[in-house]
Ligand binder design. Structure first.
Ligand SMILES: NC(=O)c1ccc[n+]([C@@H]2O[C@H](COP(=O)([O-])OP(=O)(O)OC[C@H]3O[C@@H](n4cnc5c(N)ncnc54)[C@H](OP(=O)(O)O)[C@@H]3O)[C@@H](O)[C@H]2O)c1
Length: 349
């Protein structure tokens, strides 16, 4: 099969680098274009990037010239890891010019005609694509993936909401420093410390979760009608966001029933055998003290949501701990899985 040429916008950043790494040897996609700001454009990628991955810069990308983020790249699909300060209009320009844009940024996630998709949970929200193209008189379109904290919460809640209707959610996060990009939080602020504030994060989690678990009514998304209360903290962990979650349901349940829902869950990416899909979207951990980021973050190549400590809650119905790789499934890996779903659905033709 001839590979589909793709570009990475914001290719020099933390998420951009993860795209480059995850797309190396991808069976369907080949990176032919890298783009970033005027600070780096014109340079060869290997010289422009401050590479922070544990494997070397892929040879196929090292000598590509970094291009400006203008819609004249030789590819039809672009992955965006752009700084949110500039992503909005740049992504719109690309979509208008006919590109398929897979975005990690917050800018378009809540647009009424833009899908915000976790393929295991709400693949049917891709039905917004023709509506977006029609609304915007545009040949291309934008598809977004969730904020890195929302990603794992909404993924874990998906099978539960389908099976037994959620009424309330309370979540406290402990988020890794890699979620703040590079250089991110100064070391003197975070070492031996917890920072109980991440700008805009709680608001994103509270609304994005309801959009992802909402219903596509043929024209738009009806938000899921339960409240989500989030408290987000930055902790001195390199990779892996941990979340403590309490859930109230419309009916009574048991820890065993919840664990079985996750253990037996197979979503569309698993059924279609998409190349980046985790074999098991949920890893249910039995040990009392797991999941832990240091030991578990790379399970299923960083693409699964790890869950554990499922037990009754004395205020809501049950509580549990979850964890996931924030720059893989929580960012670049999520976009790539969305692109694979689009290809399997015939939306990249
Ligand atoms: N880090 C995470 O775990 C994570 C998870 C989910 C979502 N996100 C979102 O993903 C996006 C990228 O985050 P990040 O952590 O990768 O940020 P980052 O490391 O700061 O990288 C930002 C990228 O944007 C480029 N850029 C900045 N200004 C630009 C401009 N005026 N024109 C074109 N390109 C420009 C930078 O290029 P230069 O190198 O040329 O400056 C760089 O490639 C953000 O919207 C963030 O909220 C991040």
């Amino acid at each position: 099969m001839t590979k589909i040429p793709v570009g990475v916008l914001g290719a020099t950043g933390a998420v951009g680098q993860k795209f480059i790494k995850l797309l190396e040897n991808h069976p369907w996609f080949e990176v032919t274009e890298v783009a970033a700001s005027e600070r780096t454009s014109g340079k060869l990628y290997g010289n422009a990037v401050s590479w922070k991955q544990v494997t070397p810069v892929p040879e196929a990308v090292r000598d590509l010239e970094v291009r400006p983020c203008t819609p004249d790249l030789k590819c039809r699909v672009v992955f965006s890891g752009l700084d949110a300060a500039v992503a909005g209009p740049i992504e719109e320009d690309f979509a208008r010019a006919g590109y398929v844009v897979l975005s990690n940024s917050k800018n378009h996630r809540l647009d009424e005609d833009v899908p915000l998709v976790i393929p295991e949970v709400n693949h049917e929200h891709m039905g917004l694509i023709p509506i977006q193209k029609e609304n915007r008189k545009s040949a291309g379109y934008i598809v977004t993936n969730a904020n890195c904290t929302t990603m794992f919460l909404a993924m874990a809640l998906g099978p539960i909401h389908k099976a037994m209707k959620i009424e309330k959610v309370f979540m406290v996060s402990m988020q890794a420093v890699s979620g703040a990009g590079y250089p991110g939080v100064p070391s003197l602020d975070i070492l031996g410390n917890v920072i109980p504030f991440i700008g805009g994060e709680e608001e994103k989690v509270e609304i994005e979760t309801r959009k992802i678990l909402g219903t596509f009514n043929g024209k738009s998304i009806d938000l899921a009608d339960f409240p989500v209360s989030a408290q987000c903290n930055r902790v001195a962990v390199e990779d892996g966001h941990t979340e403590s979650v309490s859930v109230k349901l419309a009916r009574r349940t048991t820890a065993a029933e919840i664990a079985d829902l996750w253990r037996n869950y197979s979503g569309v990416p698993q059924q279609l055998g998409l190349p980046s899909a985790p074999k098991h979207p949920f890893v249910v951990m039995e040990a009392q003290d797991r999941p832990q980021p240091r030991f578990d973050v790379n399970r299923e190549n960083g693409m699964a949501t790890l869950v554990g400590r499922i037990r009754p809650c004395s205020i809501f119905d049950f509580k549990f701990t979850l964890m996931g790789h924030n720059t893989v499934r929580g960012a670049a890996g999520a976009s790539i899985l969305n692109a694979e779903l689009l290809k399997a659905q015939g939306n990249l033709e």
